[in-house]
Write a protein that binds this ligand. Sequence first.
Ligand code: GDP
Length: 210
Amino acid sequence: MSAPSDPDYARKLFASPCDFIAGAASLDALPETRLPEVAFVGRSNVGKSSLVNALTGRTKLARVSNTPGRTRQINLFALAGKLMLADLPGYGFAKVSKAEARSWNELIVGYLHSRKTLRRVVLLIDARRGIMESDEEVMGLLDRAAVATQAILTKSDKLKDDELPTVLDSVSRAGSRHPAMLADVIATASQTGTGIPSLRAALAELTAHG
Ligand code: GDP
């Protein structure tokens, strides 16, 4: 495969085989791996499964579900033997119990602090909702773990063209108050493919140091 700086590299990388490695409901169950890792995190129903499927050009890699809060484990997928994708359980679903919220927190904080191969977090924000309180809390966790985090908007196809700049601006302002957050915000829509090549390109860079 060509170098990560080649514009075609990202497309080829994400078109390569992507294999399910493990699903882990606890840190102990999470295998140690060697590839540079990128973790996807966001509120339940934000469109995370759809995004992982759109990035990898699969329809069923990550399970798309209409029942918020169903994925309670960390799922690992190895892309082209070069990049590990970690699909983290969603948060912020109103109906979860305090105990469930606590166990989410424990798993995610533990993961963020202990995962030696973790290079980047992608924080998904629903374009129609913007930053919510639970997203703010998660940005605080990301600051404390000091993991470079790329914010993206999902479902941006649901916004009118003139609404998008306002939402992008408010999300990047919220991000600017958090040291973990990278400056740019990418607007994506899994259903139309908007922003998917840009996100692939940003993530392909991580393989350069792997
Ligand atoms: P998850 O719970 O975060 O994994 O979210 P899913 O990927 O299961 O998506 C939740 C719902 O949002 C589903 O009904 C998807 O069809 C819908 N959805 C996901 N991405 C998009 C998008 O880019 N545009 C639109 N319009 N709907 C989307």
